[in-house]
Ligand binder design. Structure first.
Ligand SMILES: [Zn+2]
Length: 366
């Protein structure tokens, strides 16, 4: 077994998760998030979701942070409505920005966004949001409905789930890892995920994943079929005025890890393919993965040059008036499946947690 250090990775370890949870708890129970409100609440929040589906019992669920249950999301929606926040579409947020209506003194807004176009968006999130008349945005990587997508984080999960030992080439050296128990599997997933995310190019990452999929007979294409909406299903969703369809590149690539012309065509092509398939031209974009290693100033500039009204990252933060100058570098607040408690949602939406994580800096577009 090689160490984290040799792999050069920064996995989200149990310890780090505990610290995050501890911070949210402290803020909640000290009621500090109420006192901090005037300084940190901002004008609104864009929420990030991925899967919305009933819980599963498997012991090895390394991607669980990417899913919340329909009932948790419904609790959040009810609470947001009760609290008097405006649940609005991204177009409405953009209108408020352009008309100078986004400011700290006004009623706060919330935009709900769901990345990747999983079928559970249609099966679970949509009926609930429709019931409450809540607008939302779904960001589509077009290779997913085209059934050519590589959901590499799930391929990695699949390889580890079905194996007692995993071998792969790391720096041209064959390395082997034991993963018989659920604990070993979780540990190995974190190590390899960190290693893959640390690779310099998207191409290297895909090469490792295809190699693993081949060795352990995991069918990469099957994930799209099983989990992602078809164009027909997307057509149904897009027909509802509550739904905004946004672009999320073609191949779900970390844009900062590809050449500029590829980054540009990934954004441009995804918009063109969605327009051709659904008859709506996306005005909003979400950067895949969306952290600073996958979207930075170059991507923010390209998205603006291509005429996207807004583009969202996964950098944590709420929306301030100052973001009017950075509409293609917007932060979001993720509803994390590991923290499905209303008290965490309250602290996150209050802006207090993200303000502390960001050292009280309002805009991070560098
Ligand atoms: Zn995504």
């Amino acid at each position: 077994m090689i160490s984290d250090h040799e792999l050069g990775c920064i996995p989200l370890t149990g310890l780090k998760k505990t610290i995050i949870r501890g911070g949210l708890e402290t803020l909640y129970f000290s009621a500090a998030h109420h006192l901090m409100r005037p300084f940190v609440a901002g004008a609104g929040v864009i929420l990030t979701l991925h899967h919305v589906r009933p819980p599963r019992l498997d012991r090895f669920q390394p991607n669980r942070l990417l899913e919340v249950t329909p009932s948790f999301l419904e609790d959040v929606v009810r609470w947001l409505q009760r609290s008097g926040l405006d649940l609005i579409s991204l177009d409405e947020m953009y209108r408020r920005f352009t008309e100078g209506l986004v400011s700290e003194g006004r009623r706060r807004f919330v935009c709900i966004t769901i990345d990747d176009g999983y079928r559970d968006t249609l099966d679970w999130a949509y009926p609930m949001l429709k019931k409450h008349q809540v607008p939302f945005t779904v960001y589509i990587p077009t290779s997913f409905p085209d059934r050519l997508g590589e959901l590499w984080w799930l391929v990695l999960e699949g390889v580890i789930a079905r194996s007692k030992r995993v071998s792969l080439l790391i720096d041209n050296k064959e390395q082997s890892f034991e993963c018989a128990t659920a604990g070993d599997k979780r540990h190995l997933y974190e190590q390899l995920y960190g290693y893959l995310r640390g690779l310099k190019t998207e191409e290297e990452l895909r090469r490792v994943i295809r190699d693993l999929a081949g060795r352990y007979q995991v069918d990469i294409a099957a994930f799209c079929d099983e989990l992602c909406m078809t164009w027909d299903e997307l057509t149904t969703l897009a027909a509802d005025p509550l739904v905004t369809i946004g672009a999320h590149t073609v191949n779900h690539v970390m844009l900062a890890k590809v050449l500029e012309k590829s980054a540009r065509s990934e954004m441009e092509m995804s918009r063109a393919v969605i327009e051709a398939s659904l008859g709506v031209r996306p005005a909003h974009l979400s950067y895949p993965v969306g952290d600073p290693t996958s979207a930075g100033p170059r991507e923010f500039r390209i998205a603006a040059e291509l005429g996207f009204k807004t583009a969202v990252t996964t950098r944590p933060g709420v929306i301030f008036r100052e973001h009017v100058k950075h509409l293609t570098a917007l932060p979001r607040v993720s509803l994390n499946g590991e923290h499905q408690q209303m008290r965490y949602a309250r602290v996150l939406v209050s802006g207090a947690a993200t303000a502390m994580w960001n050292g009280f800096r309002r805009v991070d577009a560098a």
